[in-house]
Ligand binder design. Sequence first.
Ligand code: ZN
Length: 582
Amino acid sequence: MVKSKRRLIRLSILLIFTILLLGVGFFLAGIIQKRNQTKIENLYFEDLTNKKEIGRLEAIDKVEKNIYYKVSYPLIGDKEIDKDVEENVDKLIRYNLDKYGKEGEVNYYYFIDYEAYIGVNYILSIVMNENFVSKDLKMIEDKTYVYLYDLNNGENLSKEDIFNGDYKDKIQEYLEDDKLDEDFNFVIKNDQLILIDYNISIPLLEIKDYLKIDLSGKKDYSNDNVEPVYTLINKQYQITEDTLLYENASMKSNVSTDIKKDTVVNVYSQSDKGWSVLLYDNKVLYIETKYLKEVKVETVDESSMVYAITDVNIRKEASTSSELLGVLKSGEGIKKLGEDGTWTKVLYNNEEAYIATSCLSPVKIKKREVKLNVPPQGNIDPNKPMVALSFDDGPNPVSTPMILDTLEKYNVRATFFDLGNLMKKYPDVVRREAQLGEVGTHSYAHKNLNNLSVQELNEDLRLSREAFKSVLGYEPILIRPPYGNANATVRALVDMPIINWDIDTLDWKYRNKDLILNEIDKYGNLDGRIILMHSIYKTTAEAVEILIPDLLDRGYQVVSISELATYKGYTLQTGTVYNNFK
Ligand code: ZN
């Protein structure tokens, strides 16, 4: 009973098929600590989440016969393993195609999402969560497959390679009322054995007598049983004193090389145990954090920026007859390098270029008032409490329509901050969002806008505007930057009011409707507040089904952000950050 309940929760989590392709960027987590060095430099670490510790995400998105495939799996960077993974995926697809495939319209969806973990620094566990559902979202097949590999040689590991003796009896001791399944699924993550169907972690050290795998020498367990927590850094640091780089986050581990004072290195993550992970000579290595000093990365110096008053040509030389390099759009900023008569020398594409000084202003773009789009169906009483729901990261072809159905059912509105690249993929969903609520931009590709150059940022904004125009016929009025990040440059350049939030449901983390609702319950009065959710999770859509009637019962009007701002008497300005409209 307990197990089937857990299984149900698992199922609902598994049905989330939108893959977070959103460029987290290349970074290395400090999880792998020791491995055959020639291989480690080839391993892929990207788009890492808690459940995707390693691997480059590969996606299959196709229709074959009557089946729509949304499959994601990892490529690890090891030839043999990757070949095996691809063969396994292919097998799963073939199986369902043979069993259910027919010519005709799509009436099945086939989803695979994966998890990938590193255990004891050399065991790779890949979990494939499979869901085969009918068009009306009835579950037909759902299975979990786990594949284990030895990262030192790329070989497949079976239960027999991992366990020893009466291991089943030993594991059973941890299960209380549940009976251990004959073919139970497990992964090895760090120094834990995780029984995924039971949601139970067992420290490997506690069952070491029943294991064949090598726990010793891979990691300094004696040092501390608590896992170090690594935080993503991805910043440049300078070495403060001649010191050593280790192969492991331990001074007992092998020294890889020495490193000289003042060397600049890129640090990917740092642990709370005083170690930093960096890539040096193409190797993942460790340094004591105390030897690092942050290098001030060149940021846009506000005082050296100039802004176009009108669309203006960028020339190679200080002459109207010289080569045209590009156009600086009205309001856009560019780095000023100096002056040359009536010309301003600027940095364009990392090269010197010239713009007529008369077309430039040294002050930031003037803020301007924005006319909000308040739909007529609102019928809102400004004297009654109101709250705005906002949904980021979509559109998603399954969970977003579920949310829209709920909005429609209760005749309430919400704001969707969509990604340009997904808008173009699911235009019908976006148009329905606009019809039932409003759509703002969440950038084109979910990059951290603070880290983009002015040019990259403008390009992202341009692509977002283009997506809006092609799908909705107009440009976005509101922006929510990814992660809510908007530094001075971003604020100056977006030319939209920046709408953040003041209630974070943490729905991306919980993936559980009760926990999401619980989180909102922690806040008292919701009047004038903006609630952050994500339209890409089915669990969020399920929470919304409960949340909206509940809010209405409690006397709240559920409105779009534009409605909230307008009825609360705000006029919104470009380049300004708003967290609520109380
Ligand atoms: Zn986001």
